[in-house]
Design a protein around this ligand. Structure first.
Ligand SMILES: [Zn+2]
Length: 100
């Protein structure tokens, strides 16, 4: 990973923005910064391609269906995991922690 002197974003910052970039939800200025970084950074361009390929593969995979009791058990296990502090602040901030 490299960072040219005129790059606004570091590789680490770009990695954090890849999903938003692919979802096309970045502000125009941020999107331009991502594009500028990708022009000069083959490592991040390769990473973007890998994430894009993975998303295409996952999109074609059927969603698992859980029976009612399995679903309830999975939600309860996730709730306990969140309460144990493993989920961290970012999961709480993004509303990933289930209520209860
Ligand atoms: Zn980079």
């Amino acid at each position: 990973m490299t960072r040219a002197v005129d790059q606004v974003l570091s590789c680490r910052e770009l990695v954090e923005l890849v999903t938003d970039y692919l979802d096309d939800v970045l502000a125009d200025e941020r999107r331009a910064e991502v594009l500028a970084h990708l022009q000069d950074c083959p490592d991040c361009l390769r990473y973007l391609g890998q994430v894009r390929s993975t998303r295409h593969l996952v999109a074609g995979t059927p969603r698992p269906r859980l029976a009612g009791h399995d679903r309830a058990a999975a939600i309860e296990a996730f709730r306990l995991w969140c309460r144990s502090g493993h989920a961290g602040r970012s999961a709480r901030g993004r509303g990933l922690i289930p209520p209860g």
